[in-house]
Structures are given as C-alpha cells and as structure tokens.
Design a protein around this ligand. Structure first.
Ligand code: PTR
Ligand code: PTR
Length: 288
C-alpha cells in the first residue's frame, strides 16, 4: 500500500518519468558479440536490437547455428516462491521461423504471447510463423498444426500441436495475441490490457517453463507486459512495487526493455488503477 502511494505521487509529480529517463537502456557491462557475427547479422530483425550474450537463448539442435535474437528473462516475486520465467524475443523473420519453433521446443515452452500484428502502417512487423486453422506448417524436423482459433475483440487465441518429427514428441502450445497495440505506442485501453495480462497469468499457472513473449523488436511492448505481470504478482504477494527496479532488472537481462516514457507511464498507471479499483489485491495467505 505504501509503494502504491509512492507510485501515485511519482506519477503526479513527474518524478517517476524523470527517474525512468535517467536509467541506462543497455547495461554497459554486458556484451552482445554473438549478434554481430557475420553469420548471425541477417537473423536480426533490427540492426540496433541485439541480445546480451550472457542471457541469450542458445539453440542446441539447430542445423542453422545456435543463434537467435532472444533472451531469458526471469522475474522473481520475493516472499512468494514465484519466479516468472520468460523468453523475450523479436517477431520471427521469414528465415528464422524454424529457429523460433526449435527454441520453443528446446525450452519446453507451452505458451507463446504475441503483442504485435503482422503489419502496421504498411510495414512488416512480424512474419506469420504459424499455419491457418486446421493446416500444418512443416519446418525442418518440426511440424505445427493449428487446432483452434478464437477471435475476441482485441485478442486472438490459438491452439497448436508442435511435433518433433525426429522423436515423435508432441506438445500442445497456447498462442495469445494482443492486436490493439502499435509499436512505440501504448495499448488502446488499460482495462483490456490488464485483462489480457490476467489471461496470460492464468495460462501459465503451474508452468515453470518460460513463456515466449514477442512483439516486433521484442523490447518495447514485451517489456510492458513483463512489468505489468510482475507488478500484479507483487501486489498479490503483498510486496512493494517499485517499477524502476523492475525495469532495471529487465534491462539487465534484455537491453532496452520498455521503449519509451509513454509506455512506462501507461503501465505504471495501469498498475495503479488495477490496485485502486480492486482488480488485483493481496491474496489472503500473504495479507496480514
Ligand atoms: N534487419 C535490417 C535492419 O535491422 O536494419 C533490416 C530491417 C530494418 C528489417 C527494419 C525490418 C525493419 O522493420 P521496419 O520496416 O518495421 O522498420
Ligand atoms: N530500429 C527500430 C526502431 O527504433 O524503430 C527498432 C524497434 C522496433 C524498437 C520496434 C522497438 C520496437 O517496438 P517493439 O519492441 O514493441 O516491437
């Protein structure tokens, strides 16, 4: 409750944004050398968005090399025993679709969260990396079948079966897409975004494997979702919410998470409203 007052004060005074603007975008002590290697350069959607070497996802069984533009991001919720695990990554390119699904397979992930549309203002933001309903996409040693697709107002939910044709292993994958959020911008409605975040949390309940989260570059919108989910979990665990510390922790794992001050303000306001309107509150086992 104390930290929510601080949050409200910081939003009102502008101090919150001033502190955000001071924060480094990349941790200067962490290298991103792998992304610059000649064989990897064309696997990056954007020249200026590179994964740190230390937290990058290393592909094990990929004939195309071990590199993908993705980082492990782990967010601990003190006092609750919860660690929310993510892989934050760019929207796949046409040439990296098989790498993307290989990553999902190797990470044991069952949840993929997509925060972009394929095209925005006439520009390609992400290649369509899944098949149409009832169709199968075949990639190297993998196949992907789309078994269901549910379109809601601003979300689309899909179910896939991912099969490793080398081993016969099959995995059900849930795909959750948020469709009303242009890059560099903020979602059209904080309630819808909060609802979407709650749906993501529900989908990952009981799952320790990382949720794969991407937008176009895998930094701006992806960072906003990770901050929102972390804050909601902290409130439920009756822990203080210090958004700047959360951003720092995210940026030590993937550079540039949360693209700009308007996204930061948006998510801080959404957290505050979700709390003051009682949409999220401390769980009985954590409240005194
Ligand atoms: N990968 C190249 C780069 O990083 O510059 C080319 C590239 C640039 C690819 C931009 C896609 C880009 O996306 P947009 O058209 O959305 O800027
Ligand atoms: N060079 C691109 C740019 O600054 O426009 C990189 C970029 C693209 C950065 C999209 C962030 C972007 O947003 P998001 O991470 O939400 O897809």
């Amino acid at each position: 409750a104390q930290s929510m007052l601080l949050l409200a004060d910081g939003l009102a005074s502008g101090a919150l944004i001033a502190q955000y603007e001071q924060l480094y975008r990349k941790n200067p002590e962490l290298s991103s050398l792998e992304s610059k290697k000649s064989e990897n350069q064309n696997k990056n959607r954007y020249r200026d968005i590179s994964p740190y070497d230390v937290t990058r996802v290393i592909l094990m069984g990929c004939s195309n090399g071990d590199y993908i533009n993705a980082n492990y991001v782990n967010m601990e919720i003190p006092g609750s025993g919860i660690i929310n695990r993510y892989i934050a990554t760019q929207g796949p390119l046409s040439t990296t679709i098989a790498d993307f699904w290989q990553m999902v397979l190797e990470a044991g992930s069952t949840l993929v969260v997509m925060l972009t549309t394929l095209v925005e203002r006439g520009r390609a933001k992400c290649h369509q990396y899944w098949p149409a309903l009832k169709e199968i996409l075949t990639l190297r040693n993998l196949t992907l079948l789309c078994t269901s697709e549910t379109v809601e107002e601003t979300f689309v939910f899909r179910e896939f079966v991912l099969t490793d044709t080398n081993t016969g292993e099959e995995r059900d994958i849930t795909h959750m897409q948020y469709c009303a959020w242009p890059d560099h911008g903020v979602p059209s409605d904080w309630r819808q975004f909060t609802t979407f975040t709650e749906r993501v949390r529900a989908a990952r309940t009981g799952i320790v494997e990382p949720a794969v989260v991407h937008c176009s570059a895998g930094i701006g919108r992806t960072g906003v979702l990770v901050l929102m989910e972390t804050a909601l979990c902290l409130i439920e665990a009756n822990q203080p919410v210090y958004p700047l510390d959360i951003v720092r922790s995210m940026r030590d794992q993937r550079a540039m998470m949360i693209q700009n001050a308007s996204q930061y303000r948006f998510v801080c306001e959404a957290v505050h409203k979700a709390y003051t309107e009682g949409i999220v509150k401390p769980l009985p086992e954590f409240s005194r």
